[in-house]
Every structure is written in structure tokens, then in C-alpha cells.
Design a protein around this ligand. Structure first.
Ligand code: FAD
Ligand code: DLZ
Ligand code: SF4
Length: 513
């Protein structure tokens, strides 16, 4: 039976479910570079270059493995610009008996796949994406009937289910979570592991030229593009991480340092999310490092939790909450995101560092995303949908299923506490403790009011005051609200005035930037 198998840009896994039992002699693999996908948000230029180059490398890899690949390029004059249009053309070209596809990674594309069955007069079989450990029904089973969808309990189930870091029925070393041992600031004089840099080959150079030519209006820079684009590249970066960084991953997971973009992070999320690396295999390898005595439990447990805990949990939330999740706005925030999110041109040094790095590389690590750019957006009352669009366009690893619950849920509290039990807000003190940014900033992190005061300080208290009705009864905010109440009326008034003046400077055409 002649089968057409569309492989989407995040399906770059040779053993993907749609290909699993297929006969190469009877199967046409269809890969499509389409304008709709490159334009549904203004993707960072490096994100476009990465995806298109990784797709081209994957097509070559599949061909080497014996598959017949029909590859439609973006600059093909006949390209219709959409997945459905390209599928229609491919059906005309190949006259298949059926279409087999692995489910899409987001609601927008899932709706297209659903419509294919009506549009084409042949069966369309949509298979589950079993690169994830928890299927949709597994997550629903776990979630239904629970008052709170606490990630930690989901994670424990995933540990039991995979057997990762388990000694029989008990967690290794008697605890599920070793975060208390982590969260150390880092110093610049430590010997820093370096992620690999990949010199663009001929395929990537072609794609870089295409992106420079067609997407000049998109944010970010292509200069110094050094991402891996093939299975071999991704495997080499994984080796680098396990050899040089995993052991210290835990302790320095939350640290931020000027000029040090990666610290002990793995920098593997783009490869995992597009399919070049298998998340479960990475976790098994991390466990092997622990069992061999080469990496301590607090690093290995922390790393595995991010993948079988947070990553799987975010996907479960995305599909469970439905396509309307994107419209939630619990705190009723409507401010546009300041222009400097697209330029890095601001005198708040922490933001300039995190955004500057993001524009240069399309990557920033979790605490930069959560406690610098995310924290600031939440404190100023930015519209969560606008914040979501920024994260979706600006990061190389951003696909809606993982980006949206992280941004709207965890970072912006837009879902009112489904993902996070309290908003991730902080004053400048947190950033000062975890980074070296404040020392080089024109603001003084210790001051709360006055022209040199760190804007995060007044904004923090103002945020709590503004949202007292909605957040005042949250037990995890009891201490900050007690501290707010303890301050004199005059202090509270001057903090609120300070915040109001900063916020109106943002309204005044980004004057604070
Ligand atoms: P490491 O720090 O080395 O972590 C190991 C792995 O764990 C990552 O490769 C990733 O696969 C996984 N992981 C860690 N944290 C999370 C998390 N919160 N959710 C899902 N997976 C996680 N991650 C994305 O993959 N895509 C996104 O679009 C994305 N958007 C985010 C938006 C916001 C506002 C925030 C706060 C976080 C977001 N994250 C996103 C999660 C996290 O920041 C990135 O996964 C991480 O920075 C990737 O870098 P790394 O591979 O070096 O991760
Ligand atoms: C993100 C992206 C981009 C920029 N371009 C393409 C493309 O041209 N062709 C393609 O197959 N996939 C692309 N992608 C990734 C898809 O948007 C991704 O596969 C969907 O989000 C699936 O849900
Ligand atoms: Fe950021 Fe405030 Fe520190 Fe400046 S002083 S880097 S604005 S936290």
C-alpha cells in the first residue's frame, strides 16, 4: 500500500511513530518548508536557520537510510506556502493510498491534520507521538480528580514509571528532590565548561543566505550562528555536556554571569524538541553517570527532573487545558511589551544582558527567562499573550506546547495558579544574589526609591499592592504581604509613587529603555 508520510519540522527522528513499521519501497516521506510556518510569528533569524537546516540535514539522513524523500524547499516557485497546500500537491504527484502522520505538536497544526481526512479522499492515520513518556491519556489519568496539579507529584509518578533513579520502590538516596543542595551563585573565576560551536557547512550556509534574504524583518542576528543542525552534531553536544557540565549542573542551575551564556546548562533543548535527541535516552545516560560515581545525585536528579518532570508536565498541561489556554489573563494585564525586548537597548543591566544574549544566540537559560525577562514583564503588568508571542518567536527551542505553559502559566501567572502555586516575582535582591549583573548597572539594587533605585524594587511592592485582592490570600505570599503591611504609610506611598513614575516612563514611548 503506497503511503505518504509527512514529516514536520519537529519530527526529525528517524524512528518517529509515522515511519515505524513503514516499508521504504512503498513509502514517500514528504518534508515541506512552508511560508505559513516561517511566518506565524516573527521567529528569530537563528531559529529559522536552525529549523530549515536541521530539516535539510534530516532529509539527507533519511535518504541515506534508504527512504524516498520528497523535499519541498521554501524557494520552490510552485510552493503553496502551507502544509495542507503542499500535501495536496504531493497527493497529486504520488497518488498514495493513505497518509500516515505523527500527531502535531500544537493546536494550530493539529487542526490542520484533523481537516485532512475530509479534504483528501484517502485514509489519514494520525499516530501518537511516543517520543514523550506520558501520553495524553496518561496525563489526564494523573490529573483528573486532583485539586492541584502539582508538578512534583507528577514527577514522582514518572520516576516510578521509568525506574529512573529508583532503588526498588524508593528514590535513590532516600529523597525525590535535591534542590536544597542547589541554587548557588557562580563566580567568574571557576573553570567554565564550553558548549561546542558548529561551523556552518554548505547546507547551513545556503539556509543562512536564504534567511538573511527573506527574513530581514525578523528579530535577532545571524552573526556567529554556531548551532548544531544534524543528529551527529546534537550527539556531540550531548557528549560535551555529560563529560564536562553535568556534575555541576545542579549547584549552578540558577546562577547568572555576565558574558557566560551557558554555564553548566546542557543547551540541548532545541535538539530534543525538534527530534534530534531522545529525552529518555539522555536521562538514562545521566543516571549512568551517577551510578558510575562521575556525577552527584543533586545534579543528576535535577537534570532528570527537568526532563521527565517539567518537560512532560508542560506538555500535559498544554493539551489538557485546550486551545483557549492562550487567552487566559488572570491578573488582567494589558501593557504592551517594551520595545527594548527586541533591541536589548535598556539601562537595566540584567535585562540588557539577558535580552542581548537572546538576540545574539536565540538562547537564554531558565533563570534568565523566568527571573529576569519574565519577572520584569509580570511586574510591569505586560499582556501575557504578548509575552507569550515574544518567547515563542525569540527562542530556538520554542514550540507552543512547551513555551506557552512555561510563559503564560509558570512565568506570567496567567492561569491563576494552575502551573505555579505563586507568581514568580522578585525584587532586585534575588537578581543580585544569583548574578553579577547589578555591580555593572547604573541603578543601585539596594535603593528602593529615588532616581538611582533599582526599578525591580518598587515594582515588586507595587505588584503585590495592586493585586492584593487576588493574591492576598495565597499562603505562599503570606510573608511578603506581612512585610508590606509592616511598612509605614509613607514608605508604602513612596514605593507606589516610584513604581507609577517608572511605569509611566514605559508608557512614554519606552523612556526607561
Ligand atoms: P537545561 O537547563 O540543561 O535543562 C535540561 C533540559 O530540561 C532542557 O534541555 C529541557 O529539555 C528541559 N527543561 C528544563 N526546564 C524545563 C521547563 N521549564 N519546561 C520544559 N522543559 C524544561 N523550554 C523549551 O524547551 N522551549 C521553550 O519554548 C521554553 N520556553 C520557556 C519560557 C519561559 C518563560 C521559561 C521560564 C522557560 C521556558 N523553557 C522552555 C524552559 C527552559 O528555560 C528551557 O528548557 C531551558 O532553558 C533550555 O536550555 P537547556 O537545554 O540548557 O536546559
Ligand atoms: C517552526 C517551523 C518553521 C519556522 N518552519 C517550518 C517549516 O518550514 N516546515 C516545517 O515542517 N516545520 C517548520 N517549523 C516547525 C513547525 O512549526 C512544527 O513542526 C509545528 O509547530 C508542529 O506542531
Ligand atoms: Fe537589574 Fe536592578 Fe540589578 Fe540593575 S540593579 S541589574 S536593574 S536587578
Amino acid at each position: 500500500m503506497k503511503t505518504l508520510v509527512p514529516i514536520l519540522g519537529d519530527h526529525l527522528t528517524p524512528t518517529i511513530s509515522a515511519l515505524r513499521d513503514a516499508d521504504p519501497a512503498d513509502t514517500i516521506v514528504l518534508m515541506m518548508e512552508v511560508a505559513d510556518e516561517t511566518r506565524y510569528v516573527r521567529h528569530h533569524k537563528q531559529k529559522l536557520a536552525y529549523i530549515l537546516s536541521a530539516m535539510r540535514h534530516h532529509a539527507a539522513h533519511l535518504t541515506d537510510l534508504g527512504w524516498q524523500v520528497d523535499y519541498v524547499r521554501l524557494d520552490d516557485p510552485a510552493n503553496s506556502g502551507s502544509f495542507t497546500g503542499e500535501l495536496a500537491r504531493a497527493v497529486d504527484r504520488h497518488a498514495p493510498d493513505r497518509i500516515v502522520v505523527t500527531e502535531a505538536g500544537e493546536w494550530r497544526v493539529a487542526a490542520m491534520l484533523d481537516a485532512w481526512a475530509d479534504r483528501f479522499a484517502i485514509p489519514v492515520i494520525v499516530r501518537p507521538d511516543d517520543r514523550f513518556i506520558a501520553g495524553h491519556a496518561d496525563f489526564d489519568d494523573w490529573a483528573s480528580g486532583r485539586k492541584a496539579l502539582t508538578m512534583e507529584y507528577f514527577y514522582r509518578d514518572m520516576r516510578r514509571r521509568t525506574g529512573l533513579l529508583m532503588d526498588g520502590d524508593a528514590p535513590c538516596e532516600g529523597r525525590w528532590n535535591f534542590d536544597k543542595e542547589n541554587r548557588k551563585p557562580a563566580r567568574n573565576d571557576l573553570l567554565m565548561p564550553r558548549p561546542l560551536r558548529f561551523e556552518p557547512d554548505a547546507i547551513t550556509r545556503d539556509v543562512l543566505a536564504l534567511v538573511a534574504d527573506r527574513f530581514a524583518d525578523h528579530p535577532g542576528s545571524l552573526d556567529g550562528f554556531a548551532w548544531g543542525v544534524s543528529h551527529a552534531d546534537a550527539a556531540a553536544q550531548a557528549d560535551q555536556f555529560f563529560r564536562y557540565a553535568l556534575a555541576d549542573f545542579g549547584p549552578y542551575e540558577d546562577a547568572m554571569l555576565t558574558g557566560e551564556h551557558h554555564l553548566w546548562h546542557s543547551i540541548l533543548s532545541p535538539y530534543i524538541n525538534s527530534g534530534l535527541l531522545d529525552p529518555l535516552a539522555l536521562c538514562r545516560r545521566a543516571e549512568a553517570e551517577y551510578r558510575a560515581g562521575r556525577a552527584p545525585i543533586q545534579s543528576v536528579e535535577g537534570y532528570i527532573r527537568q526532563i521527565i518532570g517539567w518537560r512532560e508536565y508542560m506538555r500535559g498541561i498544554y493539551w489538557r487545558e485546550g486551545p483557549d489556554y492562550v487567552a487566559r489573563n488572570f491578573l488582567d494585564h494589558h501593557r504592551p511589551l517594551p520595545d527594548f525586548y527586541w533591541t536589548g537597548d535598556t539601562d537595566l543591566n540584567c535585562l540588557a544582558q539577558a535580552i542581548g544574549q537572546t538576540l545574539a544566540t536565540a538562547h537564554a537559560h531558565h533563570i534568565q527567562r523566568l527571573m529576569v525577562t519574565g519577572n520584569f514583564a509580570l511586574l510591569i503588568g505586560a499582556d501575557p499573550a504578548a509575552v507569550h508571542r515574544w518567547y515563542l518567536e525569540i527562542y530556538l527551542d520554542a514550540y507552543e506546547w512547551v513555551e506557552l505553559p512555561n510563559t503564560l502559566g509558570m512565568s506570567q501567572f496567567g492561569d491563576g495558579g494552575l502551573v505555579g502555586s505563586k507568581p514568580y516575582v522578585s525584587s532586585g535582591a534575588y537578581i543580585d544574589r544569583m548574578s553579577d549583573y547589578c555591580g555593572a548597572c547604573r541603578y543601585d539594587v539596594k535603593q528602593r526609591t529615588g532616581p538611582d533605585a533599582c526599578p525591580f524594587n518598587a515594582l515588586y511592592w507595587d505588584f503585590l499592592a495592586r493585586h492584593q485582592e487576588k493574591l492576598g490570600t495565597n499562603p505562599r505570599l503570606a510573608l511578603p504581604y506581612r512585610n508590606w503591611a509592616k511598612q509605614s504609610d509613607a514608605d508604602r506611598m513612596s514605593l507606589r509613587k516610584q513604581a507609577a513614575s517608572f511605569l509611566s516612563s514605559l508608557d512614554g514611548d519606552d523612556a526607561a529603555g
